[in-house]
Design a protein around this ligand. Structure first.
Ligand code: DGL
Length: 289
């Protein structure tokens, strides 16, 4: 189904951009996969870094921000939306899908591929506390865990570290080790990265676990799903030149985003500051629960 060779020149074409959104910088791991698979597509990336981490917010806050950013991206002309955040997908995808006038793709922890891969039948999952306690995640386990034992660990502190561009400090390594060692001790051979920030910690995880854990990251599957979605809705862009730079936006200071994009995506792109107010962020009361 994927493959640019299959694109027909007489097919309807849309040069509008695809919107990609995350609570912060994690969605850049998804953007990397989307650029690799769909190099002709124009992309707008929004990092809601001012309000990260979502994993420590209440459900209404996450729905409110996801809707506001989705609507903002529609206002910028986005033809499709990738919710590149497991936490936002878990809490809001059904509602956002119903309310936004464009097709969208969400991201969920790779429970199904992990259950298929694991030989020891013990799998670790690292995700935010919100994702782990969501009904969607529970339903993934019910459907796909089969005879596998899943050890689910909330990655408190990891999103904040990546937002600071910290992927290797001693404090971060100690934190990661405290999450991963119990999984290894329980004979896990597979680790699901259930948060799009965590692929940036790939090297750190390797340092701790060596080759004992195979890592499941769903970013390539998301790009493939977007590829299918654009086909289904006849939205594929056949005209833009390859290597068009994404438009990067942040609700906070864009410098960490610029740095991470430079090291991960190997290009230096300016980051626009954007204001995306929403019902909850207009309130004076504190939002952290
Ligand atoms: N990248 C987000 C995810 O995939 C992080 C959520 C957060 O901000 O806590 O879940």
């Amino acid at each position: 189904m994927s493959g640019h060779a299959e694109f027909r020149v007489d097919a309807p074409v849309s040069t509008a951009p695809v919107g990609i959104f995350d609570s912060g910088l994690g969605g850049l791991s998804v953007l990397r996969a989307v650029r690799a698979m769909l190099p002709r597509e124009r992309l707008i990336y929004v990092a809601d870094s001012l309000h990260a981490p979502y994993g420590e917010r209440d459900d209404d806050f996450i729905v409110d921000r996801t809707m506001a950013i989705g609507e903002w991206l529609v206002g910028q002309g986005a033809k499709a939306l990738v919710v590149a955040c497991n936490t936002a997908t878990a809490q809001s995808i059904a509602l956002v899908r119903e309310r936004l006038p464009i097709p969208l793709v969400g991201v969920e922890p790779g429970v199904k591929p992990a259950a298929a891969l694991s030989k020891s039948r013990v799998v670790g999952v690292l995700a935010t506390a919100v994702t782990l306690r969501s009904a969607r995640f529970q339903s993934l386990l019910d459907r796909y865990a089969g005879d596998c034992r899943f050890i689910c660990q909330a990655g408190h502190g990891l999103v904040q570290a990546v937002e600071r561009c910290d992927t290797s400090s001693p404090a971060l390594m100690a934190l990661l080790e405290s999450y991963i060692t119990p999984m290894l001790d329980a004979n896990a051979d597979t680790l699901v990265l259930g948060c799009t920030h965590y692929p940036f910690l790939d090297r750190a995880i390797r340092e701790i676990a060596g080759e004992r854990l195979q890592i499941v990251d769903t970013s390539v599957a998301i790009a493939r799903q977007l590829d299918r979605l654009l086909d289904t809705h006849a939205l594929r862009n056949g005209t833009a030149l390859p290597d068009t730079l994404p438009r990067f936006c942040s609700t906070a200071d864009g410098e960490p985003q610029r740095q991470l994009a430079a090291s991960l995506l190997q290009f230096d792109a300016a980051v626009e500051h954007v204001d995306i107010p929403s019902r909850r962020t207009r309130l004076a009361e504190p939002d952290i629960v």
